[in-house]
Design a protein around this ligand. Sequence first.
Ligand code: ADP
Length: 247
Amino acid sequence: MGTASDIKLIDENGLRIDGRSPTELRPIKIETDVLDRADGSAFIEWGGNKILVAVYGPREAYPKHTQDIEKAIIKARYNMAAFSVDERKRPGPDRRSIEISKVISEALSNAVMVEQFPRAQIDVFIEVLQADAGTRIAGLTAASVALASAGIPMRDLVVGCAAGKVDGQIVLDLGKEEDNFGEADLPMGILAKSGKVVLMQMDGDLSAEEFDKATELILDAVKRINEIQREALAGKFVSLALERGGE
Ligand code: ADP
């Protein structure tokens, strides 16, 4: 969160720097099965973010000492391509990507029926090709779809969404300038059906009331995002049925 009192993020009509209203999401598009050699895959465009997710597994966890005799372990790896940001990003893992990988792995473990696959591992590769703020929530949203498209049994889909504070106002889904110059950013992962929170992080500061307002905006948006996830998957299952029908 920067401090740039001279940058106006909300205009006199209450509209944001990209013309959105405070409760409006950036455009979101999700496509499944974009890769032939992964067990499941998804591509998400969320505002200026472009993220590809590939799922492999479940397969026997390796090295063996990482196995859990009761359940599968979900290994998400969040990676930003060198060309995904304005200044070339140094390739390879850094503290930020390790942290994001960990919280996304934990969030997804709450949605997948991990107990059905003892000693297994499920790899989730999240490749950020173009970053424009909110990559962890967009990556999480797409990862959940990629897991479902792999046919991995899931209790629920996880939806990622953020809200934050810019120019003193609570707004949904911060864009890049809002993320840079706003006062707070609150990314969350929510289970679509149960509404349970499975990921929560915060940058900046919010009062208790502001926090409640931000959560309310997120929970409302979760329904809209989940609809897009389900449409992406419905297309897949229709085409699968057609393939079978043609056999
Ligand atoms: P998120 O992408 O989940 O919002 P951050 O708040 O850490 O995560 O990052 C916000 C945005 O800042 C990213 O989406 C990306 O556009 C930019 N960013 C993050 N890391 C880097 C980096 N190493 N170099 C350049 N830009 C970055």
